[in-house]
Design a protein around this ligand. Structure first.
Ligand code: AMP
Ligand code: MG
Length: 422
């Protein structure tokens, strides 16, 4: 075991506890609310149902102990029943969602009556009426003045529909988190340009940008940073002025061309470097104050209001794993989710593989997660190198193995589905 490297679960707990939701809020229209987090409680403005209405296509009747009623009215959804009163022995043809007139004692389904040429309806033999049946009562679902949705609720299609039911056009939500994404490395070239000897295409930046955009973050592409301390320092400090968070990849290992950590230390505060995980050991976080001028390296507060910085290792799979397991949960917390909901979604699955060599670090194995008769099962993909994005590309989950663990078929493993929020 390593003394100075932080365990994954300690790191995640610390990240979630030390990052509080941003304070910027706005009123956003219904069509832009999906995935956003409510900044305050939203009240029930009026009862739902707003009026007693029919739950069936059939007849509103007055008199539950009869077998015949005379049909006198017709009320469809959207019609008003104002001023209409059913007298004893009378009925109104009615449709689902239409207001029941005053005097209605029950609604009978159309399948349960026979209608004669004289507009008399007769209850079919064997049918019983439960008094008050098939009437949806005013306020049985929502009562004026109570709470419709609570602060911290992440809005989804159902909650947005609920806001519409109450006539809301907008809701108060936390602002979208502004995230600037950098890659780093002299070897990086954007796809579309020819590769010179020694160069590779930049894949981390588009991977992270795509992921963040799909989750509704406001993403700024900061480009690729050269392996140069001064340029990195300037870029980080400038980005910090207009970002809630900075996400960069590469340049956080121990090589002398790895400048990101040093740059962070000079313009802000480095909180943590290195975790006892595989892949992703160099994962780093800290913050940069929004103060003006250069090198406010005295930015030593707890980071509230500062731009939060996450430095992911450059190997593409290390970037992917540390983003999904550490940076993303923290971004979700910063976006307003309660800590428990900000955590990565996890489930238990049984291993269908063997690993005899114990891996000292906690590992996130790239696996295919499948439903079997006996439950969820995971199989590792072939390419497990932290540089091999092809492995992760064919996986749909990460399986966690504890430090020093061997694995035998049938062992229960904690598994984190990938892209579960897309
Ligand atoms: P570093 O963390 O900068 O030492 O990078 C580790 C490995 O990841 C090196 O092989 C880099 O070339 C590679 N790498 C770093 N950044 C990227 C990137 N944006 N896209 C693809 N590979 C990268
Ligand atoms: Mg590098």
């Amino acid at each position: 075991m390593s003394q100075d490297l932080l365990d994954y679960h300690d790191a995640l707990a610390t990240l979630l506890q030390t990052h509080r939701p941003i304070s910027r809020t706005e009123q956003a229209p219904l069509a832009e609310l999906n995935g956003r987090v409510l900044a305050q409680d939203v009240a029930v403005r009026f009862d739902v149902p707003t009026f007693d209405n029919s739950a069936m296509d059939g007849y509103a009747i007055h008199g539950d102990d009869r077998r015949h009623w005379q049909v006198q009215h017709r009320i469809a959804a959207g019609d008003a029943a104002t001023g209409l009163t059913l007298q004893p022995g009378k009925a109104a043809r009615i449709f689902t969602g239409a207001p029941v007139p005053a005097g209605t004692t029950s609604v009978v389904m159309q399948e349960h009556v026979a209608r004669g040429a004289d507009d008399r309806i007769t209850l079919i033999d064997g049918t019983r009426i439960k008094p008050g049946q098939h009437i949806r009562r005013q306020a049985e679902e929502l009562q004026t003045g109570t709470t419709l949705l609570r602060q911290g609720q992440r809005l989804n299609p159902a909650t947005i529909g609920l806001l519409a039911i109450q006539g809301y056009t907008h809701a108060p939500v936390l602002a979208r988190l502004r995230v600037t994404v950098f890659s780093s490395g002299n070897e990086l070239v954007p796809p579309g340009q020819p590769l010179q000897p020694g160069q590779i295409y930049d894949s981390n930046r588009i991977m992270l940008i795509t992921w963040l955009r799909a989750l509704g973050f406001e993403v700024h592409d900061g480009g690729a940073l050269p392996d140069q301390l001064a340029a990195t320092r300037t870029a980080l400090q400038q980005a910090a002025q207009h970002s809630d968070t900075i996400l960069c990849s590469g340049g956080v290992s121990v090589g002398e061309e790895d400048h990101l950590k040093n740059a962070l230390t000079e313009v802000g505060t480095l909180i943590q470097w290195r975790l006892f995980i595989k892949p992703g050991k160099p994962f780093t976080w800290g913050h940069i104050g929004k103060g003006s001028g250069h090198g406010n390296g005295n930015d030593n507060d707890n980071g509230d209001g500062a731009c939060r910085v996450f430095m992911l290792p450059g190997n593409p799979v290390s970037s992917l794993v540390t983003f999904q397991q550490l940076a993303l949960p923290t971004l979700r917390r910063l976006s307003g989710l309660p800590i428990e909901q900000a955590r990565p979604l996890q489930l238990q699955a049984s291993a269908d593989f063997r690993r005899d060599e114990p891996e000292p670090r906690r590992e996130f194995v790239r696996v295919v997660l499948r439903q079997h008769e006996a439950g969820w099962q995971v199989t590792p993909v072939a390419q497990q190198g932290s540089n091999m994005l092809s492995g992760a590309a064919h996986a749909n989950a990460l399986a966690e193995t504890p430090p020093g663990a061997r694995v035998a078929p049938g062992d229960r493993l904690t598994v984190y589905p990938l892209f579960e929020l897309l």
